[in-house]
Design a protein around this ligand. Structure first.
Ligand SMILES: [Zn+2]
Length: 61
């Protein structure tokens, strides 16, 4: 992994945390963000909740 790519991922994670803390925009829970560093395009994938998971299954109920 190239250093600048991990820096982008870390800063993006910090941005998502700040958005959540400040209640700006939606919640990124249940979403996976993928960065293609060659094309510089982001892809977002919605992850399904796991019915057996104590955290996300309880939040959905
Ligand atoms: Zn879960």
């Amino acid at each position: 992994v190239l250093g600048p790519v991990s820096a982008v991922a870390a800063q993006f994670g910090a941005l998502l945390a700040m958005r959540s803390i400040l209640n700006l925009g939606g919640d990124a829970a249940g979403q996976l963000f993928l960065l293609d560093a060659v094309s510089l395009k982001w892809k977002m994938i919605d992850l399904p909740k796991d019915p057996g998971c104590r955290t996300c299954a309880a939040a959905a109920a």
